[in-house]
Design a protein around this ligand. Sequence first.
Ligand SMILES: Cc1cc2nc3c(=O)[nH]c(=O)nc-3n(C[C@H](O)[C@H](O)[C@H](O)COP(=O)(O)OP(=O)(O)OC[C@H]3O[C@@H](n4cnc5c(N)ncnc54)[C@H](O)[C@@H]3O)c2cc1C
Ligand code: SF4
Ligand code: SF4
Ligand code: SF4
Length: 393
Amino acid sequence: MNSIITVNHNDCLSCRACELSCPKNAIDMVENEEGFLYPNINGNCIECGVCRKKCPIITHSPFRQDKTSYLVQNKDTKVLKKSTSGGFFRAIGDEIIDSNGVVFGAAYDEQLNVYQKKVVKKEDLKDLQGSKYVESDTKDSYKDVKKLLEDGVNVLYTGTACQIAGLNSFLGKEYENLITVDIICHGVPSRKLFHAYCDYRTRKFNDELKNVIFRDKESSGWTARNTKIIFIGKAKKKYVRGILDPYFAAFIRGETYRESCYKCLYQNSLFYRPADFSIGDFFEIDKVAPEKNNKLGLSLVIVNSNKGRRVFELIKDKVYFEKIKEEDYLYIKSNIIVPSSRPIGRNNIYENIDSLDYYNSYKESKWWYRIKWYSIESLKKMYSIIKFVIRKK
Ligand SMILES: Cc1cc2nc3c(=O)[nH]c(=O)nc-3n(C[C@H](O)[C@H](O)[C@H](O)COP(=O)(O)OP(=O)(O)OC[C@H]3O[C@@H](n4cnc5c(N)ncnc54)[C@H](O)[C@@H]3O)c2cc1C
Ligand code: SF4
Ligand code: SF4
Ligand code: SF4
């Protein structure tokens, strides 16, 4: 059979390219018991195979290879404080809106579901700023993008690398008026887990929750990684130290990711990325250029295409930047070239997710498992770095 059903569930990225391209509306995206979305074929399927041709795992959309790398910091301190790293996203977002363009990126809705939101006004770009450590639903965004591109509108689409690969695959051709930015990420937890966490915080502080801001800079700086939780009533704002926050700690340990993240195609030793830009944190600044670290956050910006280079020229005045060599960061920032290891704690972290008391009964994985996992992870990374260095020579 020549249909999407042949995609292994553990590989699926939940991009929705198959669902949106099906001529018979024969694909529904359905949540599994962990709360991740997967395609499900319904009775309307005529086995035309279109969905298969649009799936980024099967088609391997074009990867961009010719790279220039920069350290970047937005010159606007207000913007910088609301950005998770160096505020590069906002610099490019402003530029696109100034050209009457449209920006897509991850935002919370009123129920704190994360989805790929369309923004046309500068004042709404703040909704897309900041990392939301949960799977963002692409919804109908690829269709909206296609329509806008065909109408000649400039579009900036930002998201995880798999979302960009899904978009490229869905579009099936290059558009001069499309700019893409992929977020260097090590994995995403499910929406259901995030909601279990929100319920836990609501009960703990006995107040209605309005917003969750991960790695809040305002409370104690860029590297402290505190979670700021905003409530509607008397509890107002609470801060939880990053590693003491059960949701964030399990995220950092890599225990809560979607299965496809542990074999992510976009973290590979060939250093292929799907977007015009790849952006991430540059925590390793003290090893490379300590004098540049003003503690307000720095972005690593990798320009992957000529289109990206042209756009970078346009926004240069809005940011401080410095060119760096791949060798300066790839040795220490190995999550660009090697996927996260799947720790033993992943096996049962989603058990009891439907229980009301999930976070109170939640047990962290045993310390000896964690030590074992860290050792295996370090060896894996070392192996990938060596492979990368040998290939470069
Ligand atoms: C789940 C996740 C894991 C990450 N892991 C790493 C990592 O391992 N190493 C690293 O160097 N950097 C990682 N980052 C990226 C980093 O933290 C910053 O988000 C990135 O450098 C952009 O920073 P900024 O200051 O330019 O913009 P910001 O304003 O901080 O970021 C906004 C951008 O992030 C996007 N975004 C936010 N949440 C999501 C989401 N859930 N899904 C898709 N896009 C999202 C928005 O669309 C927007 O483009 C991760 C980000 C996320 C969301
Ligand atoms: S094979 Fe064709 S009809 Fe069936 S789900 Fe795929 S795109 Fe839809
Ligand atoms: S990766 Fe995207 S296109 Fe492929 S099966 Fe999953 S949702 Fe569909
Ligand atoms: S780790 Fe890979 S598969 Fe997982 S969200 Fe990030 S880009 Fe997508």
